[in-house]
Write a protein that binds this ligand. Structure first.
Ligand code: NDP
Ligand code: 2IT
Length: 446
């Protein structure tokens, strides 16, 4: 690392001492930008790195609501408006008890580069709350969402900041949030994405992130003349992204043999297909924190407190959460002959794990490139809302596939151009960075 990058990183660590996830995300990006900074000294003069790590704005707010027993509950709400150089802030909302400022800042930071890669005019943001949807009644979830929006609505808008779903936030929550936004503003606009189909949502948005991950995997394998058909795939998680990935993997003839939850993983040698995929939706809707019900229902092996990365597979798709795949897991995957790791979750691999994948020269795609299909389809939802014209499924899916192919090509070409052929981390980070950095330069001292 050059002196400049080292210093910039040291400042980030000193200024954000209690934010390990944010530091991790910044370090991963900064370490790869060197060749771009060398070629473009103007970024350094303009202090682009220092600006990128300082959110344009953060809103932190109280979310009071009443539970079904009549007891008052208080949660903390957040919206990080990270960067609007290339478009309105855009990014999901996460409702999970583990949510902290550090986690949302890392997600917002990643989002800036991811959104830049989509080729759509989307800035970067993220938000959420430490609210735990697990075990909450429908009415409690609604009251929480209404209270959350009662503050958030002041800070967002179809041309300002457009939130969507993430962990713990799906169509149901987006519905309650949208309803409250409409009451408060009298406006029916595309202020949120991931909406229901009858009120402005886009076809394919629910599946989009997982579909995009598999389209990306397909492109990566093609560079080695390998087809995804017949490949054995390990998936982690059983939520929205995992469901989309499993669905598309099946459509393309691959066999998914694992799913996981915070409780452990299941191994299904016959493949997660057909009604078993529908059961993933039922498990998620039940708001239980477990994948074990799958093993009970379909009589397959269940490994409590274990991660699926010990299974021998050709392709691994981590789709649960951050830092779910560490150095040891990465070594195990590589040792067992896994030749392609494509991230569906945001930052699921630790820095040490990433190094193992890069050193071993297997195909490895960072989430900001491979899971961009979700936000890209959110961008397509915004376009349809602006036109007041819904597109048919085929049109959205074809555009999504085209965008994923485009991101793949951009990553490869950029990595090549900057002296790291085959390195998707370098390709994604530099390509995502250049567009945002240039927009910032062109807009003056912002
Ligand atoms: P869901 O809420 O649908 O599913 C999340 C899954 O991960 C659940 O199985 C959840 O179990 C599990 N999980 C959550 N937190 C933890 C934890 N701390 N430890 C272990 N498991 C955990 O979320 P999504 O599928 O939407 O999101 C999954 C990942 O994909 C996240 O990293 C998200 O940021 C990323 N992503 C999502 C996009 C989207 O459009 N939805 C787009 C791009 C990326 P439980 O909730 O029961 O704990
Ligand atoms: O991490 C992500 O890209 C998302 N959760 C989707 C964001 C969006 O605005 O659709």
């Amino acid at each position: 690392m050059s002196d400049y990058v080292q210093k910039a990183l040291a400042i980030v660590k000193a200024k954000n001492p209690h934010e390990p996830e944010f530091q991790q995300a910044v370090q991963e990006v900064f370490e790869t930008l060197e060749p771009a900074l060398e070629r473009h000294p103007e970024y350094r003069t303009a202090k682009i790195l220092e600006r990128l790590v300082e959110p344009e704005r953060i809103v932190i707010f109280r979310v009071p609501w009443m539970d079904d027993q009549g007891e008052i509950q208080i949660n903390r709400g957040y919206r990080i408006q990270m960067n609007s150089a290339i478009g309105p802030y855009k990014g999901g909302l996460r409702f999970h008890p583990s949510v902290t400022l550090s986690i949302l800042k890392f997600l917002a930071f990643e989002q800036v580069f991811k959104n830049s890669l989509t080729t759509l005019p989307l800035g970067g943001g993220k938000g959420g709350s430490d609210f735990d949807p697990k075990g909450k009644s429908e009415n409690e979830v609604m009251r929480f969402c209404q209270s959350f929006m009662t503050e958030l609505y002041r800070h967002i808008g179809a041309d300002i900041d457009v939130p969507a779903g993430d962990i713990g936030v799906g169509t149901r929550e987006i519905g309650y949030l949208f309803g409250q936004y409409k009451r408060l503003t009298k406006e029916f606009t595309g202020v949120l994405t991931g909406k229901g189909l009858n009120w402005g949502g886009s076809l394919v948005r629910p599946e989009a992130t997982g579909f995009g991950v598999v389209y990306f995997a397909e492109e990566m394998l093609k560079t080695k003349n390998i087809s995804i058909e017949g490949k054995k795939v390990a998936v982690s998680g059983f939520g929205n992204v995992a469901w989309g990935a499993v669905t598309k993997a099946n459509q393309l003839g691959a066999k998914v043999v694992t799913l996981s939850g915070p409780d452990g993983y299941i191994f299904d040698p016959d493949g997660v297909s057909g009604e078993k995929i529908d059961f993933m939706l039922a498990m998620r809707a039940s708001a239980r924190d477990e994948v074990k019900p799958y093993a009970d229902k379909f009589k397959v092996q269940y490994f409590p407190n274990k991660k699926p990365w010990e299974v021998k597979v050709d392709v691994a798709l981590p789709c649960a959460t951050q830092n779910e795949l560490d150095e040891k897991d990465a070594r195990e995957l590589v040792k067992n002959g896994c030749s392609c790791v494509v991230e569906g979750a945001n930052m699921p691999t630790t820095l040490e794990g990433v190094k193992v994948f890069l050193d071993s020269k297997i195909l490895y795609a960072p989430g900001k490139a491979s899971n961009a299909g979700g936000v890209a389809t959110s961008g397509l939802e915004m376009t349809q809302n602006s036109m007041r014209l819904p597109w048919p499924r085929e049109e959205v899916d074809a555009r999504l596939r085209g965008i994923m192919q485009n991101i793949h090509r951009t990553c490869r070409e950029t990595a090549e151009r900057y002296g790291a052929p085959g390195n998707y981390v370098v390709g994604a980070n530099i390509a995502g960075f250049l567009k945002v950095a240039n927009a910032m330069l062109e807009q003056g001292l912002v």
